[in-house]
Design a protein around this ligand. Sequence first.
Ligand code: NAP
Length: 315
Amino acid sequence: MSAHHLVVGAGPAGRHVAALLLARGDRVTLATRSGRRTDLPGAEHLALDASDADALTRAAQGAVTLVNAANPGAYTQWERVWPPLAAALLTAAERTGAVYAVVGNLYPLGPVDGPMREDLPDAATDHKGVLRARLWADALAAHRAGRVRAVEVRGSDYVGGGQGHVSRVLPAALRGRPVRMVGAVDQPHTFTDVLDVARTLVAAVDDPGAHGRAWHVPSAPARTQAQALADVLAAAGRPPVSVRALGTRTLRTVGLVAPGLREVGQMAYQFTRPYVLDDTAARARFGLDHTPWEETCRRTAAAAGADVPARTSQR
Ligand SMILES: NC(=O)c1ccc[n+]([C@@H]2O[C@H](COP(=O)([O-])OP(=O)(O)OC[C@H]3O[C@@H](n4cnc5c(N)ncnc54)[C@H](OP(=O)(O)O)[C@@H]3O)[C@@H](O)[C@H]2O)c1
């Protein structure tokens, strides 16, 4: 009988994880509050609020993996919705014995000098970083106590299909419009292909010796935001557009009346200085490489609805 995995969240991360597991013949259930169907052949879909630990436990019975690929909403909601959701996921993994695999992010690290390595402490001081660090610390404590087997993978700004800072401005840029990107647009910044997030997570789940820690997702060499956008536009056969910086002072001012932008402004350190991921450990452990940048750019453009030239749309 094929292995069964319960993937909570059907955004870009959850869908890519599910696609990889289905492709190797495993059974996958994608659980979301809405129960919305994906176009993944063979995937099962379940409407479930994963904050309900009992309902989640029932759904996870017999699953070898419980994947946390959820994202419970706007930043302004995180303090309210993440803790009960993460607690229920951890409880369900403990009760069922499923490996608890978390799609994390880099917020727990906070601003660091030099490349972001996994051996740096989770030292964020902003509320979102502190929160995400605490959720992983809870899972890690349960792992260390022998109550669960947990592993987390952390990627940078998503490209290749996720909602990241390039895809946010891409629709306008594809129409030839000038765009504004957060912070400085000339600082080296790591972008992570969401497909590589999924590949790393599956590799980490499959490797029991890799559990009990966070791994950084192999990612392409850093580009500036302006370069990355130009690369994606080029993949779609479009010229670069004017890219101006949306400065932190502006974000702070607008943030006084727009809570969503205030939340983005708190993360501006990611864009005003080099934001570079060290992924050496995962490359060595799992033998993974990042997806070729050109292919990532093509998929990023295609995900935004661009007509990517057929000549370059094949691997
Ligand atoms: N976007 C990026 O650039 C980026 C970068 C690094 C890390 N990440 C991380 O990657 C993870 C996944 O993000 P994503 O962008 O793939 O997700 P997403 O597109 O925001 O989708 C989130 C999914 O979670 C589901 N969900 C939320 N609350 C739920 C609940 N209580 N019960 C069941 N399902 C629930 C949503 O479905 P319903 O609404 O139907 O419930 C949705 O399918 C997040 O932890 C995010 O922080 C993202």
